[in-house]
Structures are given as structure tokens and as C-alpha cells.
Design a binder for this molecule. Structure first.
Ligand code: ADP
Ligand code: ZN
Length: 623
């Protein structure tokens, strides 16, 4: 891709003119103070003294101006000043008094500023104003337009050309995201096919994932594959000092894009403008601007509907949870694509891409590197290969060796550890047993879901590993046994930790949360407790869907409240015992799957099925 826009070089001459003008302004100010200062060298006395002196007949003559009275004494003492000044107060009797005592007096004529001062005071302020305007105009001017333009968007435009085109082949390890985006490429290439049927082409796609996983790269690849121009701008670039500037920029961006349609607009860091408006943590000030910008974006997205020249907005964020719900409505960013950190084979392919760009020696084994870089994002891997090349060059080698790569891993890990993205080997082991615990219990429990995948690649924002369960059939009703099974499965992870390591970690917090929620619902909402009977103790309102506090309790007696708590506790405890019993009964299997996953990081499909098939339900836990 080629960069279309030329950056404006900083304008030196402008700086000099500015300085000169500022100098002039200062001069003007100083000069207006000068006369006063000359006068102030005359000693000042209180007005009362002046009056006394007048009454004593000591004053010879007085010169009265608006802001002071200068007067001369008749016969000043030796060494004492003969000319004094005082500050006048509003005194109608003064002329009379002066006349009575035979003081010669005169008033100053109205001040007549010098010609130069007058000229400067007329010319300089407008000049300064014009220059300030120009300064901003230049600063915010995108390209060749010379007009005043706070309101021009700062988007950079890439137009794909043959050599520098980014394609899907340049992006690896994010196959699901690629699949979803292939459809978008198709929309851009042949919109007629969709509109002929009457289908509405999607306007917005939200790419969600941690930094450096290739969201920008993927969007560029979509543009490259479709051969359409690509506008890129960061959400934070909309937000400026001036209220209204962001909204005007959004308008301008869409204006430009429509002229180039079909095309793609890519907004990085959407959260910078798309934060939820209802958030109570919003601080006053600055919010107004963001809100206006967001509203403009929504308006623009709703507005354009050109049939055969689609403009598709791709946006990236790593914190989808803070986005305003209005952004995710149909017709806006209604498609969301997860762009996650790559797994083992993904890392392998990404390494392959970047290793091709450097000279490497025969003996380099990328598989080993891929295994050692769990949790790395695409950008980290690109960085890793580059670090290795730098190390090789520093050691005066002509190609990259395995040891360079190994050392580079350490360097990159050191950087990442600060962001806590890399598991220590002992942590990894805990995560492995934890996840296998979920899987084995989940496999043996009723409830119609089958374990589809176990992974210990750190995922998303918080999970260190995960076990994916897919329902075998669509179910609308869950039996009591199903729910008990789900609780046991959720506790399987923690139980495995207890069993194998004899200690527990903080990793199960989310599991416990969910398990307790289910138990509470069983007792409070579904009336599944034998002791408490089929009563709904929780009030089900619409509040859960509006994000309000869920399940406020009906008014119950203290005794009932205690009974509810006890029942919830019992349900969870029973499930915990069950999970422990299952894992004890399948201890060997637990060990062998954990070992396998530590080696491969992800187990899924037939492999997993085969392994879990040998699990057995211990007799004493069948309830
Ligand atoms: P994001 O937008 O998700 O923060 P970027 O797309 O800016 O990440 O990625 C930064 C760089 O890292 C890319 O330019 C590319 O060199 C490299 N990179 C990241 N992810 C991948 C990937 N999946 N495949 C190949 N390269 C990648
Ligand atoms: Zn867990």
C-alpha cells in the first residue's frame, strides 16, 4: 500500500513572524505604561496632606489630570522635594478651594497618543488574530487544501497498489477472524449480488481483541483483498480541545470516504470516543465533546446507505465492555469479530511469515520457538524475530541462529511480564490441571454438553486457560440434575488444583462466581430445593436485562433467609464433593491429559474425545 498523504513540513518562517509580532505587542504594552512611570518618580503624598498644604497656602501651582495631581510647593525646605504628587479623589470643592488660596491650577488636556502608538494599536491586534487563525488552520490542515480547517479529519488514506498490498496471506493465526472478514471482502467486491436480492450490507464490524493481535493488519488486508481505499484514524484523534471539532471531523471523514466508495474506514481505539454515555464514572468536562463526536458517528453510520458503493466501517477495541450500547445496535457495529492471541500452530505460522524476512541458518527450529512463546500476540512475535536479527547482527553473524531467537524470547518476555501476559512454568502447570479438571468432570456430568476444546493459551483479557463446552443439542429446559452437573463442572477446576497441588489459587474466582450464581438461582428462582419448596424467593424483574442489580430478594423472614443461604451452600458443597470424587477416581487420566496439554497447549476434536472416553464415573457418586 502506498501512503497518499504528504505530511506538511513544519513552517519555520511562520515561527519567526510570530516572534516579531509578539515582540511588537510587548513594546506596545510597555510604551503605554511608560509615561506613568516617569511621573511616579515624583514623591506621592496622601490627599489629606495636599489639602492641608493648600489650606496653609503652601502650594504654588497644581496640575490636575485624571489619575493624579502634581503640585509645586511655594518654598520647599532645603533638600526636600518641591514637586509632589497625590491621587485625586472625587472632590467638587477642589477648584473652589484652590482658588481661595490663590493656587495657580490647570487641568491636563485629553491624552493624545503618538501617531506610532495609534497606528500600532490598530494594526497589531488584527494581525495577531489572523496569524493565530492561520496557525490552527495549518496545524489541522490535512493535505493540500489551504482553507481554514479545524474540521478536517486527520485520517490517512491508503490506496492499495500491486507491490505493497497487504493480503490475508500476511496475517496468520487468526483463522476464524479471517473467515468472517472474507465475507466483507465479498461485499466490497460485488455489492450488486447482495443488493439485488434485497440484502442489507453490514455497515460496521467491530474487531475485539488484545493489542498487537493484528486488528489493524486484518483491516488493511480486507482493503487489500478487495482492492479498495482504506481510511485509517484513531478514535483519540477525533477528540480535541474544541467542542464540536470531533463531530465536524467525523462528518468530514465520511464525506471523503463517500467520494472514494467503495472503501473501508478503520477506526482504531474506538473506545476513545465510544465509551458508554451512561457511565457514572464520567467526569464532567471533555465528556461533552466525546458525546457529540459519538453522536455524529452514529448519525453518519445510520445515514449512509448507498447501494452499490458500500462504505464499511471497521473498528478495533480491546475493551468492548465499556462501549456504548448504541454502537452495537443493528445497522451499526452489529458484527463482532474476536481477534485473539494465536495458539501454538498460529504462532508457528506467524513466525514463519517473519522468519522469511530475515536470513536464518539451517538449524533454526521454529516449532521450539512457537512452543516457548505461549501468550505472545502477533506483534510480539514480529518483534521477537526482529530482536533476534539484531542480536545476530551485533554478534557479527550473517544469519539468525537458534540461540539468538532464544535470547530474544527472554527479552520480549521480560517486556511482557510487566503486562502479566506470560505464565511462569509452574503457573502453566496449575492452569493445565485446572482445565483438565473441568473437562473430566464436565464429560461425566449429565446436562447434554460435550467438552469440545481445552486450551491453556492465555485468552482474551483475563482467562488464563479455558475449557469449551458445546451443547450437543439445543436445550431450553435444564433439569435439576443438569444444573447440579454444571456446578460440579465449574468446581472441577478448583478440585483438581486441591487434589494435585494440595493448595488453591486465585484462578478459580470466576468459576466460583458462576457456580454460586447457579446454586442461588436453583434455590431462589427455580424452586428446586426440597427443604424450601417450590417458591420463588427472588424477584425476577426486567432489571437483569437493563443491567440493574439482579435478583432482589422478596421480603422473607430471617429464618427463611438463613435457610436459603444454607441450601445454596449445601448445593455447592455437594457438587464440590462430587467433583473431587470424580477426579480421585480418574487420577491417572487427569495426569496424562494434563501432561499432554502442557505439551500441545490445545486439545480438541477427536483427540480429546478419545482421551475422555476412558474416564469412568466412580460408583459412590452416582446420585
Ligand atoms: P492491533 O491493531 O491488533 O493492535 P496490529 O495490526 O497493529 O495490531 O499489529 C501490529 C503488527 O504486529 C502488525 O503490523 C504485524 O506486523 C504484526 N502482527 C500482529 N498480528 C499479526 C498476525 N496475526 N499475523 C501477522 N502479523 C501480525
Ligand atoms: Zn476454571
Amino acid at each position: 500500500m502506498a501512503i497518499r498523504q504528504d505530511e506538511n513540513p513544519p513552517n519555520r518562517r511562520f515561527g519567526i513572524i510570530n516572534l516579531v509580532l509578539i515582540g511588537l505587542g510587548v513594546l506596545l504594552l510597555v510604551s503605554s505604561f511608560l509615561p506613568n512611570q516617569a511621573i511616579q518618580q515624583v514623591p506621592r503624598v496622601p490627599y489629606s496632606l495636599f489639602i492641608n498644604q493648600v489650606d496653609d497656602g503652601a502650594v504654588k501651582r497644581a496640575f490636575i489630570t485624571q489619575d493624579q495631581i502634581r503640585y509645586e510647593l511655594n518654598n520647599a525646605e532645603e533638600g526636600a522635594p518641591s514637586v509632589l504628587a497625590t491621587t485625586p479623589i472625587f472632590d467638587m470643592e477642589l477648584p473652589q478651594r484652590l482658588e481661595q488660596h490663590g493656587v495657580e491650577f490647570a487641568a491636563a488636556p485629553p491624552k493624545r497618543p503618538s501617531f506610532i502608538t495609534t497606528a500600532l494599536s490598530w494594526v497589531v491586534p488584527p494581525l495577531i488574530f489572523i496569524l493565530v487563525l492561520q496557525f490552527f488552520a495549518r496545524r489541522s490542515m490535512g493535505g493540500a487544501q489551504g482553507a481554514l480547517s479545524f474540521t478536517k479529519s486527520k485520517a490517512r488514506v491508503y490506496v492499495p497498489d500491486e507491490e505493497s498490498r497487504v493480503t490475508f496471506a500476511d496475517v496468520a493465526g487468526v483463522d476464524e477472524a479471517k473467515d468472517e472478514l472474507t465475507e466483507i471482502v465479498d461485499f466490497l467486491k460485488t455489492p450488486e449480488r447482495y443488493t439485488a436480492i434485497g440484502a442489507r450490507i453490514p455497515k460496521g464490524v467491530l474487531l475485539v481483541g488484545p493489542p498487537g493481535t493484528g486488528k489493524t493488519l486484518l483491516s488493511k488486508a480486507v482493503a487489500g483483498e478487495a482492492g479498495v481505499p482504506f481510511f485509517i484514524i484513531s478514535g483519540s484523534e477525533f477528540v480535541e480541545l474544541f467542542v464540536g471539532a470531533g463531530a465536524a471531523r467525523v462528518r468530514d471523514l465520511f464525506e471523503q470516504a463517500k467520494q472514494k466508495a467503495p472503501c473501508i474506514i478503520f477506526i482504531d481505539e474506538l473506545d476513545a470516543i465510544g465509551k458508554s454515555r451512561s457511565g457514572s464514572m464520567g467526569v464532567v468536562g471533555g465528556n461533552d465533546e466525546r458525546e457529540q463526536t459519538l453522536n455524529q458517528l452514529l448519525t453518519e453510520m445510520d445515514g449512509f446507505a448507498s447501494k452499490d458503493k458500500p462504505v464499511i466501517v471497521l473498528a478495533a477495541t480491546n475493551q468492548p465492555e465499556v462501549l456504548d450500547a448504541a454502537l452495537l445496535r443493528p445497522g451499526r457495529f452489529d458484527r463482532q469479530v474476536l481477534v485473539d492471541r494465536p495458539d501454538l500452530s498460529g504462532r508457528r505460522t506467524i513466525l514463519e511469515i517473519y522468519a522469511k524476512k530475515v536470513k536464518r541458518s539451517e538449524g533454526v527450529d521454529l516449532d521450539l520457538i512457537a512452543q516457548a512463546t505461549s501468550g505472545f500476540a502477533g506483534a510480539d512475535l514480529a518483534n521477537l524475530v526482529n530482536e533476534a536479527a539484531l542480536l545476530a547482527a551485533r554478534a557479527k553473524r550473517t544469519s539468525v541462529e537458534q540461540e539468538d531467537l532464544n535470547e530474544a524470547i527472554e527479552r520480549v518476555v521480560a517486556g511482557l511480564e510487566k503486562k502479566s501476559r506470560v505464565l511462569q512454568p509452574d503457573e502453566k502447570k496449575v492452569v493445565a490441571y485446572h482445565e483438565v479438571g473441568h473437562a473430566i468432570v464436565g464429560h461425566l456430568m449429565p446436562g447434554g454438553s460435550k467438552v469440545a476444546k481445552i486450551s491453556i493459551v492465555p485468552r482474551g483479557m483475563s482467562a488464563l486457560g479455558y475449557t469449551l463446552q458445546l451443547p450437543t443439542e439445543e436445550r431450553f429446559l435444564n433439569s435439576k440434575q443438569d444444573l447440579e452437573g454444571q456446578i460440579a463442572t465449574l468446581l472441577g477446576g478448583r478440585s483438581a488444583e486441591e487434589l494435585v497441588f494440595g493448595s488453591i489459587t486465585t484462578g478459580a474466582a470466576n468459576d466460583l462466581q458462576r457456580a454460586t450464581d447457579i446454586a442461588e438461582q436453583m434455590v431462589g428462582t427455580y424452586g428446586m430445593s426440597e427443604t424450601l419448596g417450590p417458591l420463588a424467593y427472588d424477584k425476577q424483574g426486567g432489571s437483569r436485562f437493563l443491567g440493574g442489580p439482579s435478583n432482589p430478594r422478596r421480603v422473607v423472614s430471617d429464618a427463611t433467609a438463613q435457610a436459603i443461604d444454607r441450601e445454596v451452600r449445601n448445593l455447592v458443597d455437594r457438587a464440590h464433593d462430587r467433583a473431587l470424587a470424580i477426579l480421585r477416581g480418574n487420577r491417572e487420566l487427569l495426569e496424562s491429559i494434563a501432561e499432554k496439554i502442557l505439551e500441545k497447549e490445545v486439545i480438541e476434536g477427536e483427540d480429546l474425545k478419545g482421551l475422555l472416553a476412558s474416564s469412568v464415573m466412580p460408583q459412590d457418586t452416582v446420585s
